[in-house]
Ligand binder design. Sequence first.
Ligand code: PGA
Ligand code: MG
Length: 223
Amino acid sequence: MLPGIRAAIIDLDGTMIHTAPDFHVAVNRMRDELGLPPLDIETITHFVGKGTENLIRRVLAVDFDEGGADTHFAQALASYLKHYLAINGDFSSIYPGVREGLDALRGKGLRLACVTNKPVDFAVPLLEKSGLRHYFEIVYGGDSLPRKKPDPLPLLQVCEDFGLPPAQVVAIGDSSNDAQAARAAGCRVLNVPYGYNHGESIHGVDSDGIVPTLLDAARLIAA
Ligand SMILES: O=C(O)COP(=O)(O)O
Ligand SMILES: [Mg+2]
């Protein structure tokens, strides 16, 4: 059990929504525009988690050295953002247990925030389209604050917004980013094993527990 918890900070990509197919389509439409061959979904999924700029750099590094990637970066980023915005949510799906888990967390009286490295202008419409926006008092994207996960800043900002000490807040996410940010902030952390952990096993991550679904996370948490 995790006792003494008053709020949960929940990650988006790979935790609530399986967005890898959206990333796959948008990245390959960008690559097509640049005259580059498509990448498979697994390769692209391993690049997800550290924000949009990092994703584009990793995607360009498949074809170019550092100088070449720099040359193409601005065009690639603009193309990717245009294509992602056009399809945001069309190919993605909510993971099992997410709605039930969010209902259970709310039922226990926890306050909820979503902290994602996705740009906030992608995250909010995706949450709205998925019917999840209403659960969250706060949504911070990767570009909402000066630093993103694995930096603790977005988590510390939520703690301040809620007026809670970090020890009373749990972060729930699919990757080492979420765990590192939580540890650095002094929050508790639970991880789900089904998302995108940069192609690595979630079992190597410093976490307070690995739970099969958000509903299982909710069952472990007590106010
Ligand atoms: O867009 C990303 O890089 C991943 O976003 P996440 O923080 O919701 O997993
Ligand atoms: Mg994630």
